[in-house]
Design a protein around this ligand. Structure first.
Ligand SMILES: Nc1ncnc2c1ncn2[C@@H]1O[C@H](COP(=O)(O)OP(=O)(O)OP(=O)(O)O)[C@@H](O)[C@H]1O
Ligand SMILES: [Mg+2]
Length: 271
């Protein structure tokens, strides 16, 4: 990005893998660490992240909770790629100089705006549901040997944007794949998907980071615009369960694995 903020882009051409959920949890994690955060919703049609942020503001008003939220902008696709690009650049120009991070949520399908978003990623996070169907979105894999027949169109798109990025400003994209909705029960599937993901990593050009398990706490707080980090904060009055604690640890492991450079003003994670 032209100015100071580090861009974290959440993308996957497959729908429903947890992009917007991951985006909001990363945003709130960064806010809780005292970072200045901007966010951009490139999936205006669905608008999940936009609604998540709006719900958060409404909860702060309604319940008088001391919440912070990101400086949020939505860039809607108009059908005119040039106009959309200008709107995206305008959003970055507004957010990047005054924030430490800009988190960009992409739609779950190929679109010029999504490609542009990928091109501006310093960190690209691709959440993947824990199944071979989702893995197919990274590469076409031989069933016996797990040899790669060919990378997927999405993987090729990311390569393309990595090259363009390099040409544009010599910057690089740290591409991480995050396994989402991991099941507590299906240990065999979990291991097999995990093995194949690790084996594909070097060839396709990503690294695997700790994932999030399937938990109600990741989805039940959307209407209030909250995350588990908010309800676990002092004075919220919510009984903290083992599942809350485990989820918080998962989130911390994820955040640590992103190797983000924290601004000097950021607070150390204690509790
Ligand atoms: N770790 C999780 N545990 C439980 N539910 C989850 C988890 N991650 C996501 N979900 C749920 O899965 C669904 C899809 O999540 P989300 O909307 O974040 O995906 P998405 O990739 O942004 O989808 P789209 O491609 O449509 O934009 C939602 O109902 C969300 O609440
Ligand atoms: Mg979404």
């Amino acid at each position: 990005m032209a100015s100071s903020a580090h861009a974290i882009v959440i993308g996957n051409e497959k729908g429903g893998t947890g992009k917007s959920t991951t985006a909001m949890h990363i945003i709130v994690s960064l806010l809780h660490r005292g970072c200045r955060v901007g966010s951009v919703d490139l999936d205006a049609r669905q608008g999940t992240l936009t609604r998540y942020v709006e719900n958060r503001k409404a909860t702060a008003n309604r319940k008088g909770m001391a919440l912070t939220w990101p400086a949020h902008l939505t860039v809607a696709a108009s059908g005119d790629a040039e106009k959309d690009a200008q709107a995206f650049f305008g959003a970055l120009e507004q957010l990047a100089p005054v924030n430490d991070f800009v988190v960009i949520d992409c739609p779950g399908h190929d679109h010029p705006l999504s490609r542009l978003g990928h091109n501006f990623a310093d960190t690209l996070i691709t959440p993947l549901n824990d199944s071979f169907i989702d893995l197919d979105n990274l590469a076409d894999v031989e069933p016996e040997s797990f040899a790669i027949r060919r990378p997927s169109r999405y993987a090729e798109m990311v390569w393309e944007e990595k090259k363009r990025r390099m040409l544009r400003d010599r910057g690089s994209i740290d591409w991480v794949v995050l396994r989402n909705r991991l099941s507590h029960l299906d240990a065999r599937n979990k291991r097999r998907v995990g093995d194949v993901l690790e084996r594909l990593a070097e060839r396709i050009g990503y690294r695997v980071v700790p994932g999030l398990t399937e938990r109600v706490i990741y989805r039940e707080l959307f209407l209030d615009g909250l995350t588990l980090l908010d309800v676990m904060a002092d004075g919220s009055g919510v009984d903290v369960t083992m599942s809350h604690l485990a989820a918080r640890q998962e989130l911390r492991d994820l955040m640590d694995s992103l190797n983000l450079e924290m601004p000097a003003s950021a607070e150390a994670v204690t509790a």
